[in-house]
Design a protein around this ligand. Structure first.
Ligand code: ARG
Length: 589
């Protein structure tokens, strides 16, 4: 379907052309003065110079040409030359009725869908998930869903940190505790045991212990770095132990992400890039792109136009070890060859901006991507506590994701039990989880990704204001009205929306009509916060209409059916929006 605002602009352009002016002056925007009009056009002012005419005269002439318009009920002229527009109720009605029966509410699919890879999540294996991993997961999941909804072929890849020093640290801590383990016997030739030498709980304790020891004991740290190189080189015992760490950690990690309603298509990690590294490095050397510097292999990436210092990108350390940039480059190669990526979108916090700048430049210089391939890093800010400082536990440690979720669910549970006494404990707990996730995700996504934001549990879990629970509350409210309507023996007609009888009803329809433009914009800008802003406006429009209208007691059945149809469309749009944000609504709350 054509976009609502485009249809309105087209009509205005027709008016300008009919009056003998450049049609392009007819661009229409939302009204700056909702008290005066619904839409406005400032083209008369813009054209005054070219035509040496007072804008007021131009506006009057254009208005005169739009008297027969099927779209405008009113074309008002206001000094110095504004065109103030009100839409015909019938035009709005027809548009929303068509939306109701169009796939994706009239959102047009791209002629050429793109292959998009979203690299998000980025958990580090064997380290507990902490709040720092929340934002990439939540924002990435939403961007993936938005792009997919808009018709692109999207692959979400968790790109685990499965190759870093944490793995070496764990090996060395284990060696210290159980030196007799066969993994550490260099002469061992046999099969390694099937059983892992630790449980997931033990692993959760081993890593922090090792990390602490490394800070205190340089020799231990050195040994851990060596172990990391051994893992990367595939030394038998270390490789086997690495596989055990992966086998124990992955199911746990998968559960954690599933609890957040986050699903990856690919569970690849940095280590998967390993086989591609040697050839890539050889090519970089052969082409002269990579050169030695202090024993290490680097690629220069600075450009003349740079205003700040961009250091060379490190490809191999002097001991031959691959680095974070190396695995990212090899992964790009993989994604180009196997996923034919047109765009790769990375979610990683602001502090990694330099890393991605370097990686992207090397990738282009080395021809790993096509000139038109888009490489995008979406840098996001930190989630801070109410005091404006990064989120910590009460005793100052890094807040683990699990405890954050527990806190939210507890608060949600309390609020739900407070307002729904009749709900069973079990249902309340289940509902608290669903609503709690909306609080967390909406609280995050409603901010522009690049900004820091304050995690305020009271505000996020509130049923009022710009929050996830408020949106869900609105959805549940509609579900309940539709349910009661059905109980009265009626069926819901999908396309029975009638001409609006008042401004609140019309306003709701106009909000709905903005859906396709909003979604397209959210996709183009990779901006979930645009979906949130739309949701909030739509929920407000719905609630204002609802408070003003007695729907279930209305005696005129056609009128009532029209309203129900409008509510049902609103519900479907709201639900589609929360789905792309990555949460869902309960049946009641
Ligand atoms: N594991 C990384 C971290 O915790 C994030 C990975 C981001 N993705 C990437 N391709 N580098 O910082």
């Amino acid at each position: 379907m054509k976009k609502f605002l485009d249809l309105i602009s087209e009509e205005m352009k027709r008016g300008f052309a009919a009056a003998g002016y450049d049609a392009n002056l007819g661009r229409v925007t939302a009204s700056n003065r909702p008290d005066l009009c619904e839409y406005q056009c400032n083209g008369a002012m813009a054209g005054a110079k070219t035509y040496h005419k007072a804008p007021l005269i131009i506006a009057q002439e254009v208005a005169g040409c739009l008297k027969d318009s099927g779209i405008f009920a009113q074309v008002g002229v206001a000094a110095p030359g504004f065109l103030n527009l009100k839409l015909k109720e019938s035009f709005v009605r027809d548009y929303v009725n068509e939306m109701a029966c169009s796939p994706k509410f009239g959102l047009e699919m791209p002629e050429k869908p793109r292959n998009i890879v979203v690299d998000y999540g980025g958990a580090n294996v064997a380290k507990p998930l902490h709040v720092g991993h929340l934002r990439p997961a939540i924002i990435g999941e939403s961007i993936k869903r938005i792009c997919r909804y808009c018709g692109h072929t999207v692959t979400g890849d968790v790109h685990l940190g499965d190759w870093g020093t944490q793995m070496g640290l764990i090996c060395m801590e284990l060696k210290r505790r159980q030196p007799e383990l066969v993994y550490f016997d260099e002469d061992y030739q046999g099969e390694y045991p099937q059983e892992p030498p630790f449980t997931v709980e033990q692993l959760g304790e081993i890593y922090p212990a090792a990390s602490k020891r490394a800070k205190e004991d340089p020799a231990f740290k050195e040994a851990a770095l060596e172990a990391t190189v051994k893992i990367q080189k595939g030394v038998r015992g270390y490789d086997a132990l690495w596989k055990q760490i992966m086998a124990v950690s992955l199911p746990d990690l998968k559960r954690n992400y599933a609890d957040l309603n986050i699903e990856f298509d690919l569970w690849k990690g940095e280590s998967d890039a390993k086989p591609l590294i040697p050839e890539m490095v050889e090519e970089m050397k052969a082409s002269g792109l990579a050169h030695e510097s202090d024993g290490a292999l680097v690629v220069d990436v600075k450009e003349e136009t740079d205003t700040k210092e961009i250091p060379p990108c490190l490809i191999l350390k002097s001991d031959g070890a691959a680095l974070y940039a190396t695995t990212d480059l090899a992964t790009i190669k993989d994604r180009m060859e196997n996923l034919h990526a047109d765009a790769i979108i990375y979610l990683a916090d602001k502090r990694q901006e330099m890393h991605f700048l370097q990686v992207f430049r090397v990738a282009r210089k080395a021809g790993l991507v096509k000139p038109q391939t888009q490489l995008v890093h979406i840098p996001f800010g930190t989630m801070n506590a109410k005091d404006g400082k990064p989120f910590k536990t009460r005793d100052g440690g890094v807040m683990q994701l699990k405890s954050l979720l527990e806190d939210i669910n507890e608060e949600m549970y309390r609020k739900i039990v407070e307002s729904r006494h009749e709900m069973s404990q079990e249902e309340a707990a289940g509902t608290a989880k669903v609503v709690g996730l909306s609080a967390l995700k909406y609280g995050d996504l409603s901010n522009q990704a690049g900004k820091d934001y304050i995690f305020d549990i009271d505000r996020f879990t509130s049923f009022e204001g710009d929050t996830g629970p408020y949106i869900l509350y609105t959805i549940v409210r509609i579900k309940s009205i539709l349910g009661r309507y059905r109980e009265l023996g009626h069926e819901i007609a999908p396309q029975a929306i009638r001409e609006a009888e008042n401004d609140l009803e019309k306003d709701l329809m106009m909000q709905l009509a903005g859906f396709n433009a909003m979604m397209e914009g959210a996709c183009a800008d990779l901006a979930p916060h645009k979906v949130c802003a739309y949701l909030y406006d739509l929920a407000n429009a719905l609630n204002r209409f609802y408070h003003d209208t007695r729907i279930l007691t209305e005696e005129n059945e056609k009128k009532q059916a029209g309203w129900i149809s409008l509510l049902s469309l609103t519900l479907r749009v709201l639900e589609s929006c929360i789905d792309v944000l990555g949460f869902s609504a309960p049946e009641r709350m």
